[in-house]
Design a protein around this ligand. Structure first.
Ligand SMILES: [Zn+2]
Ligand SMILES: [Zn+2]
Length: 256
């Protein structure tokens, strides 16, 4: 698998960190993990084949994770690149996803379901196994963030990946991410987090120690991170383990 970070930030406007979006290449096709408004253009900036994107995973309904769905689907209706497309585009997320896209669509008769290609929406249940792409098995697990928020575990043959998206501290995340090849975890704050529903670095480190992923990327970084040296902070708490700072444009292939 190969991951490209489209947006390492949050909903807060930031000069270098755009809102969440991660492009995942598998041998069965491509998946966009979360679709912020900025992710739509970031795909093009990174020269990714957005017109042939196979699947979208929406972790939860906060606008920094799903606010790009409407503009993206508005774009694919009209873009020359998507007119010849016949294969379906599949969008996966929690119960309520279809209603949300419907509301976006009806907000001004955008008709977002009328595409040159079939648009298929799948609402998944917590802990239900599903194939997000042919041969790529997925399991979603609830997180301590919103009623509908999910982390997702993906497996293609021997390769495993977890994306936590937004979450508070929950040891079950470590079970979900046990020994995965790549753990993409939120770490909104360095310390003294102002809310329960996000992680701060000492909590993220605790989860890494329990989960023992081969590699970790920390993302969803609030501007609090701008004031510190990422590697120094991480090494202080967890020497000798590979933990990467998500930056927009970071590309990583795994396992390796
Ligand atoms: Zn968020
Ligand atoms: Zn959120």
């Amino acid at each position: 698998m190969k991951l490209t970070v489209l947006g390492s930030g949050t909903s807060v406007p930031h000069p270098k960190r755009s809102s969440p979006g991660f492009w995942l290449e598998t041998s069965a096709g491509t998946i966009l993990l979360d679709c912020s408004a900025s992710a739509v253009h970031r795909m093009a900036q990174e020269n990714l084949d957005w017109a042939n994107l196979d699947a979208i995973w929406i972790s939860h309904f906060h606008l920094d994770h799903c606010g790009g769905l409407a503009p993206f689907l508005f774009g694919t209706k009209h873009a020359p690149e998507t007119q010849p497309r016949t294969k379906p585009m599949r969008v996966f997320g929690a119960a309520g996803l279809r209603g949300l896209v419907q509301k976006f669509s009806e907000a001004n008769s955008y008709d977002l379901f009328k595409q040159p290609f079939p648009l298929e929406i799948f609402e998944v249940e917590r802990l239900e196994k599903f194939e997000i792409l042919s041969g790529v098995e997925a399991v979603a697990s609830s997180t301590l963030h919103t009623a509908e928020s999910h982390a997702i575990h993906l497996r293609e043959r021997e390769t495993t990946f977890v994306y936590t998206s937004d979450t508070g501290y929950d040891p079950t995340l470590a079970a979900l991410a046990r020994r995965v090849d790549l753990l993409l975890m939120e770490c909104s704050f360095v310390k003294d987090k102002p809310v329960k529903i996000h992680l701060e670095l000492p909590e993220a480190i605790r989860l890494i120690r329990r989960a023992e992923p081969k590699r970790t990327i920390l993302t969803h970084l609030y501007p609090q991170w701008d004031a510190v040296n990422f590697q120094q902070e991480v090494t202080k708490l967890l020497p000798g383990r590979e933990v990467l700072e998500a930056v927009d444009g970071l590309r990583i292939s795994f396992p390796e």
